[in-house]
Design a protein. Structure first.
Length: 160
């Protein structure tokens, strides 16, 4: 079942690259007692994700945080090293936490899997954006495959 407004965000573990390597990040640590914008992309370095989705959040980071958001996080079914390299390529710096859901386990808990096997990309995550307050989903938008707009930084700003 797909996660919905009013649901508690599932507990799980994602990964983030640090100088020590790929470090586990618990969702409890990420979401508890915080206001977080979590957005996900089907893949790092993919066209729409690199040209529009991630750059929009990077460019609007200050305005988003001025609305009371503590953390902006980007998730994808990639490994932590790919997410780190993509963040560097996109000049994200410390504006956005780049989170890896390597095997797609957390994506499955959210009910947001996207089967891209026919395109040679395997199982991925649907493009989505959420506003989470103290582990509760306050807003969620999920795009149809190939679409982009509802999950943009600009759309999230309208909801804050």
């Amino acid at each position: 079942m797909t996660i919905q407004v009013g649901d508690k965000i599932p507990e799980g573990e994602l990964r983030c690259k640090t100088i020590e390597g790929a470090k586990p990040v618990s969702t409890k640590e990420l979401f508890q007692n915080k206001r977080v914008v979590l957005f996900a992309v089907p893949g790092a370095f993919t066209p729409t994700c690199s040209a529009k989705h991630l750059p929009g959040f990077t460019e609007n980071e200050e305005e988003i945080k001025s609305k009371g958001i503590d953390t902006i996080a980007c998730m994808s079914v990639n490994d932590a090293f790919v997410m780190d390299a993509w963040g560097k390529d996109q000049s994200v710096g410390d504006k956005i936490i780049m989170l890896a859901d390597g095997a797609g386990d957390y994506t499955k808990k959210l009910g947001l899997e996207l089967d891209l096997n026919e395109a040679g990309l395997g199982m991925r995550c649907k493009r989505f954006a959420m506003i989470i307050e103290n582990e509760i989903i306050k807003y969620v938008a999920v795009e149809e495959a190939g679409k982009f707009g509802e999950t943009s930084a600009e759309s999230i700003l309208e909801r804050l």
